[in-house]
Design a protein around this ligand. Structure first.
Ligand code: MEV
Length: 437
């Protein structure tokens, strides 16, 4: 294993040669595999190379589609980029199930995003409050060149508040800033505004007489948006008479009872809530990725929201009143449909076209629905057949691929496992038997 300086300055081939020599010498196929994933369209490859740094190849994920999603009376085929088997099948199944039961209804509960100027100040709080009030309009005015375009699109800075955090941390104050970024995710816009606020704050403080007399000046520590966006919130819901949830009245009642209990367990038991919400994120992340959004930001924000009451809990909820079953989710989602990858990555552009060029609000609705559908399908399986039946059926192809099964073996295996439970060892046994024949 070797160190190197100036790795980023090497050409792509030089980087691969260096890695092959120093890290992959016992992996002779390395170069072939890396190059196998290059796109023969040079312009397209260059585009992908330039999304990030030190690129050596492309990393594929399947892009699938879950059709039949009726959301607020409109039909969608939802693009999903995900490697896990059965996620898209589960989404499609849930979509179809709710299609003739009114579909999914959604509501945007807010679109506000947040960022902070975190700063230290040792002097008197009253002095700082007076100073802040005197410069507040200047803080906003000096971001004029940054906010001009956003304001034309209906967004901009909503408010700036001074927050005293000194009880939690000595000398620590914040400018708590709220933004509307319309169809942009807005990270660059928000961070640019915040950095300008920080500069204005320090510059104005330098010539503020009371600070000079006091000998203490605000010192900016950092300026950054928050990925916690409880004010950028969407709700999605399905509902139907309980009688539609089973073939017979008895089956429906049993299902409702077990399903409801499963959701209540996820509400009060963090161990279960984490897995429950992971299933929701199977759907959410797949749409977030397919539409070129930042899944790390979404993940961080969603899980923080799931802990907002001090204990990690379920993102979905259920109620049964007057024989009406209602199942819903509330998700904080900071998504964009312009800027970032959305105008660069050809498959992201295609996903946006598939969704009929949604606004950010529409994409929030669609993504929340994908999460709710995923959770419905997962909990449905869990409280009825168990998750492994469907999961292992989908996983069968992965196992067959792993053992390089040919077309005939695949066909026979699929037939055989229509009536047998898929396990790793059962697949191997079957393949051995077929190969011995
Ligand atoms: C697997 O990726 C997701 C599930 O575990 C979710 C859940 O348990 O609700 C099936």
């Amino acid at each position: 294993m070797s160190r190197i300086s100036g790795f980023s300055k090497l050409t792509k081939l030089e980087k691969i040669d260096w890695l092959s020599k120093h890290y992959l010498s016992e992996y002779p196929d390395a170069k072939t595999i890396i190059q196998q994933y290059w796109n023969s369209n040079e312009a397209l490859q260059k585009l992908h190379d330039e999304f990030t740094e030190n690129t050596i190849s492309n990393y594929y994920l399947p892009l699938g589609v879950a059709p039949n999603f009726k959301i607020d009376h409109q039909l969608y085929a939802i693009p999903m980029a995900i490697e896990e088997s059965s996620v898209i099948a589960a989404a499609s199944k849930a979509a179809k199930f709710w299609l003739d039961k009114g579909g999914f209804k959604t509501e945007i509960l807010g679109t506000t995003k947040v960022g902070h100027v975190h700063f230290n100040y040792k002097g008197s709080t009253e002095q700082l409050i007076t100073f802040f009030e005197s410069i507040k309009s200047k803080l906003i005015a000096e971001t004029n060149s940054i906010t001009k375009n956003m304001e034309k699109r209906g967004g901009g800075i909503k408010d700036i508040k001074l927050i005293n955090k000194t009880e939690a941390l000595e000398n620590y104050y914040q400018l708590y800033c709220t933004f509307e970024t319309v169809d942009a995710m807005g990270a660059n816009f928000i961070n640019s505004c915040l950095e300008q606020f920080g500069q204005t704050l320090e510059a104005e403080a330098k010539s503020y007489k009371a600070f000079t007399e006091e000998g203490y000046f605000p010192e900016v520590i950092m300026c950054i948006l928050s990925n916690y966006v409880p004010g950028c919130l969407v709700r999605a819901e399905v509902s139907c008479p309980t009688s539609l949830l089973g073939e017979t009245q008895e089956e429906a009642l049993k299902f409702v009872q077990k399903f409801t209990q499963a959701i209540k367990i996820a509400e009060i038991e963090p161990y279960r809530a984490v897995t429950h919400n992971k299933g929701i994120m199977n759907g959410v992340d797949a749409v977030v990725l397919a539409t070129g959004n930042d899944f790390r930001a979404v993940e961080a924000g969603v899980h923080a929201y799931a802990s907002r009451r001090g204990q990690y809990s379920s993102l979905t909820h259920v109620s049964v009143k007057n024989d009406e079953f209602k199942f819903w989710i509330e998700l904080p989602l900071a998504l964009g449909t312009i800027g970032g990858l959305t105008s660069l990555h050809p498959l992201v552009k295609l996903s946006m076209a598939l969704l009929k060029q949604p606004s950010a609000e529409e994409l929030m609705r669609i993504t929340a629905v994908a999460g709710l559908a995923q959770n419905f399908a997962a909990v449905n399986s869990l409280v009825t057949t168990g998750i492994q039946k469907g999961h292992m059926k989908m996983h069968l192809m992965n196992i067959l691929n792993q053992f390089e099964a040919n077309a005939e073996e695949r066909e026979k295996a699929v037939e055989y496992f229509k009536t047998h439970t898929v396990t790793h060892s059962e697949v191997i046994n079957l393949l051995e038997k077929l190969r011995a024949e």
